[in-house]
Design a protein around this ligand. Structure first.
Ligand code: THU
Length: 136
């Protein structure tokens, strides 16, 4: 499944919109993510921090968990993700953290990841970002 430039731009715009909802009083780093499912739906998420820092959840995982929670697929919850975009309000380089890479890889090794690089938006597959990911 290839993603048109228009859809890619829509996904990145949805990720930017999601940064407006981020709860990041500690880092002040506002992150937004948006994913595209196989049936053409877009789900977004933002980072949600906590005073107990380790309980913070990243934008990417919140987007994926929202998509799973809204899904009605068989096997239950096994959504198909075509692509996920992650951006931040400062437009500084920010690729998905290791934990989020593992969670993205759970839903398909060919998932396209758009993220802020040094010089605009970069594109990789999750298999490129997390080779040999853990699976059961
Ligand atoms: N963060 C994300 O939301 N996604 C990432 O892939 C990297 C980091 C968030 C977590 C925390 O709220 C803030 O960015 C600073 O680490």
């Amino acid at each position: 499944m290839s993603i048109s430039p228009a859809l890619r731009d829509q996904l990145i715009a949805a990720a930017h919109e999601a940064t407006k909802h981020a709860y990041a009083p500690y880092s002040k780093f506002l992150v937004g993510a948006a994913l595209l499912t196989a049936d053409g739906k877009i789900f977004s998420g933002c980072n949600v921090e906590n005073a107990s820092y380790g309980l913070t959840i990243c934008a990417e995982r919140n987007a994926i968990f929202a998509a799973v929670a809204a899904s009605n697929v068989t096997p239950q919850g096994k959504i198909t993700i075509q692509a996920i975009a992650v951006v931040n309000s400062e437009n500084v380089p920010c690729s998905p953290c290791g934990a989020c890479r593992q969670v993205i890889a759970e839903f398909g090794k060919d998932i396209v990841v758009y993220y802020q690089g040094n010089d605009g938006i970069k594109e990789s597959t999750i298999a490129e970002l997390l080779p040999d990911s853990f699976s059961l």
